[in-house]
Design a protein around this ligand. Structure first.
Ligand SMILES: [Zn+2]
Length: 337
């Protein structure tokens, strides 16, 4: 019995020693790994900021990956994100935004090891190959001469801004953009919470009054509204009568709606926007007997460059650099070499 106890004690002491050595080792190894990771990242960063990179584009529908040079990639992005009918200076601004956004994404390695960007507008940036763009324009009724002119404009926008990116303190900015903010743009920290970025703050956005989505309206019955909320596990035990208590609870600093309140349930305006298809969170509420009406101004999240605004400023004499510096406060335009 005693012998057995001695064996057990020796065994315990030995395992403890081994465990400690191991712990020490793993800490050391972890440190090394981290250092290596940082080194690799630094190496990657210098690679990623290099001019004229090759971009491997993943097509989300087929899973196919196609490698192309940066300019070819941007020729497919710019007219997929902005109408080629817009002023050339607005298209150049979009090219700069798209290139900056791409470099930023490259740093994040959002597509894993096999690809750099995908063609989804929701995940990366919209991208259509040239033949698909021509097909879309034909379907919209444009003649061949106009289509060739569009392509020429896109090419000019990309090539004349080649290797230029938007930077703040030497770093690629988060080049967010949206369609329209006729009453001014938004502070990023007000919409997605947390991070405040001094180049993404509210600025004035003059826009063409003829833009079709400048204002819009959604009318929904209290019943339908309640069903939509319940489908998303909100307002579970509410009745139609409860829905009539809807009010705006609070606003962002640029005057967009931050939250709405229905009885004791708060719903973020961003959530509401996708839930019932509002074009933006800049809205007022009008309550009727059976329905509620949302009168909406602008289109999109409101952060960074407004495309309709970019076109307005371009039509009124600003060049693309002035447009970029108007929408992104305090930034520089850097040419990579
Ligand atoms: Zn993606």
């Amino acid at each position: 019995m005693k012998k057995w106890l001695v064996f057990l004690s020796v065994f315990l002491v030995l395992t403890t020693i081994l465990f400690c050595i191991n712990l020490f080792k793993t800490n050391e190894e972890k440190k090394k790994e981290k250092e290596q990771e940082i080194e690799e990242k630094e190496e990657k960063n210098t690679i990623e900021y290099k001019a004229n990179q090759t971009i491997r584009v993943k097509f989300t529908k087929t899973g196919e990956i196609v490698a192309m040079d940066m300019n070819d990639y941007l020729r497919g992005v710019v007219p997929s994100e902005m109408s080629p009918t817009y002023n050339i200076e607005a298209l150049k601004a979009q090219a700069l935004v798209a290139r900056t956004y791409t470099y930023r994404k490259l740093q994040a390695h959002a597509e894993g090891d096999d690809a750099d960007m995908c063609d989804s507008y929701a995940h990366c940036q919209a991208f259509y190959p040239k033949d698909k763009l021509f097909q879309i324009w034909r379907q919209k009724g444009y003649d061949e001469d106009t289509i060739l002119e569009f392509w020429d404009r896109v090419n000019t926008a990309v090539v004349s801004t080649q290797n230029e990116i938007i930077t703040y303190n030497g770093e690629c900015i988060k080049a967010f953009f949206h369609a329209s903010s006729p009453e001014g743009t938004e502070d990023i920290s007000q919409i997605w919470g947390g991070e405040k970025l001094s180049y993404l703050v509210p600025v004035e956005s003059k826009e063409d009054e003829s833009y079709s989505n400048r204002t819009s309206r959604v009318e929904i019955s209290y019943d339908d509204f309640l069903n939509k909320l319940k489908e998303n596990s909100l307002c579970k035990n509410y009745t139609k009568e409860d829905m009539k208590s809807i009010t705006i609870s609070d606003y962002t600093i640029s005057g967009r709606v931050k939250n709405i309140q229905i009885k004791d349930q708060k719903v973020s305006a961003e959530k509401l926007r996708t839930l019932i298809g509002l074009k933006s969170t800049k809205f007022t509420i009008k309550k009727n007997d059976e329905t509620v009406v949302f009168n909406v101004v602008g289109y999109g999240h409101g952060i960074g460059m407004s495309q309709v605004g970019a076109n307005y400023y371009a039509n009124n004499g600003m060049d693309y650099k002035e447009i970029i510096k108007h929408y992104y406060t305090g930034v520089e335009i850097t040419k990579l070499d």
